[in-house]
Ligand binder design. Structure first.
Ligand SMILES: C=CC1=C(C)c2cc3[nH]c(cc4nc(cc5[nH]c(cc1n2)c(C)c5CCC(=O)O)C(CCC(=O)O)=C4C)c(C)c3C=C
Ligand SMILES: [Fe+2]
Length: 426
């Protein structure tokens, strides 16, 4: 049974990569199941209008394994953490290479990090750097995804291998980017359906990097917890919108062409990821009546259906007019301005997480979206779309782009190999 297929309607088309970790190898097994029982819920109760009766051992009432037992293999053609649905918790971070690390040091680091990520993804202990933070948890769908930032290539004598697509992103109008929370030599995206499991993975990787790379920035994110809704649904963001509906789907014939890079050789089957920390002006947003919020996005808030009619999954009709002759989806609606049809076919796979980092000096919430988008080429993905959004999107007046990064995401590592091997040993 595959827990991943239960998570949302969008998720059900993801490849079946999640599986129960082998019993006897999990951290939980090491403690004799003492930590089991909390993954889904505690006892019976009414949540969102429907009754929950979670078995005390943490297993699903439909016979699926407990949430904590679901695992996503680290090894494969593509890195884990791209096509799988976003987990409940995320740790995002960038590291800078320590002066003198060079290509040999980076090779050692990527080898060690890949070994650790593979162990943790199976629910095993981390070896020399184990700190027991997640000792009694299963793998909890942990994924660790690595990316290489542009400066890494110069620092390791690999400038000739740096793809032109890694050129710095342009400045967009109204950007207020804090460079100390942006960029970096190495990007790490950790996702898991448990906060301790995600934190544990980052802490272990940080300690393992000692002497080779230091943490440049770190951010925590979250999305919907599997099992929180009555049935699998597309998650909502902190503005209350259903977010992720019109993402490319793995089953689409052009999915790979949109998401995976076809070169240079060491990157073939990899991707490019754009990261943006986007703060939401929630006080302003929430002062807007729901019907105006819906016209800002172009979809209904209650169910994510396009304003051109139908249900969430109905294709958007950008030409549809209301009885008054006005466009059903306004000219400055987010889904019109961002659509591939408005941007020469530019597309990306969005896989973001919400964030909430306390209060700003003016008392407002420091909260929003850790926007993450994987794409075959940022020049035919994020860059043209963000250019148009910054000029003509009515959502942009409720947003502040505060941090940014662009990284090349190498293909997945085969069994016994490590991420970045083709670059570092090529
Ligand atoms: C440059 C790319 C994009 C940024 C930045 C961005 C920010 C952003 N988006 C939302 C909320 C929604 N976005 C939706 C759709 C959507 N967004 C983008 C691109 C960016 N969004 C695209 C390409 C699309 C799909 C357009 C289409 O083809 O229909 C939606 C609608 C539901 C969905 O399809 O996901 C919402 C809601 C926020 C809150 C935000 C910044 C914080
Ligand atoms: Fe969007």
């Amino acid at each position: 049974m595959n827990v991943m297929t239960e998570q949302t309607s969008e998720r059900s088309e993801a490849p079946e990569t999640a599986a129960p970790a082998a019993a006897g190898l999990t951290r939980r097994a090491l403690l004799g199941n003492a930590g089991a029982g909390l993954a889904v819920g505690a006892g019976a109760g009414a949540v969102g209008g429907w009754a929950v009766a979670a078995p005390r051992d943490g297993s699903r009432s439909n016979g699926a394994p407990a949430l904590g037992q679901a695992s996503v293999p680290f090894h494969g053609a593509h890195q884990a953490g791209i096509v799988q649905p976003a987990q409940a918790r995320a740790q995002l971070a960038a590291f800078d290479l320590t002066p003198g690390t060079g290509r040999d040091g980076l090779r050692r680091l990527m080898k060690g990090w890949s070994e650790t990520a593979a162990l943790l993804a199976r629910g095993e202990q981390a070896g020399a750097h184990e700190n027991q933070i997640a000792l009694d948890a299963g793998p909890c769908t942990l994924t660790v995804t690595f990316g290489f930032g542009a400066p890494l290539f110069d620092k390791t004598g690999l400038a000739s291998q740096r793809p032109p697509q890694l050129a710095p992103l342009p400045d967009f109008p109204e950007d207020t980017i804090d460079r100390s929370r942006s960029d970096g030599d190495l990007w790490v995206q950790i996702g898991a359906d448990d906060a301790l499991v995600a934190f544990h993975a980052l802490r272990v990787l940080q300690q393992q990097a000692s002497g080779l790379a230091t943490l440049r920035w770190q951010m925590s994110g979250f999305s919907r917890t599997p099992g929180a809704t009555d049935r699998p649904r597309t998650p909502r963001n902190l503005m209350g919108q259903v977010d992720g509906t019109n993402n490319p789907r793995p089953a689409d014939p052009d999915f790979a062409a949109k998401v995976f890079a076809d070169g240079p050789g060491w990157l073939a089957g990899g991707s490019y990821v754009v990261f943006r920390r986007i703060r939401m002006l929630l006080d302003n947003w929430e002062n807007l009546p729901t019907d105006r919020q819906e016209r800002v996005i172009g979809r209904r808030k209650v169910d994510g259906a396009p304003l051109s009619g139908g249900t969430e999954s109905t294709p958007v009709d950008l030409a549809k007019q209301n009885g008054d002759g006005l466009l059903a989806i306004p000219v400055d609606a987010h889904i019109r301005v961002a659509a591939p049809a408005s941007n020469g076919g530019a597309a990306m796979l969005r896989r973001g997480f919400s964030f909430q980092d306390g209060l700003l000096p003016d008392g407002s919430l420091d909260a929003g979206l850790l926007f993450i988008a994987f794409q075959a080429d940022p020049a035919h993905g994020f860059i043209p779309v963000q250019r148009r959004l910054a000029r003509g999107d009515s959502l942009s007046r409720f947003l502040r782009h505060e941090a940014s990064g662009l990284y090349a995401v190498p293909p997945g590592a085969p069994q016994g190999g490590y991420v970045g091997q083709a670059l570092l040993e090529g």
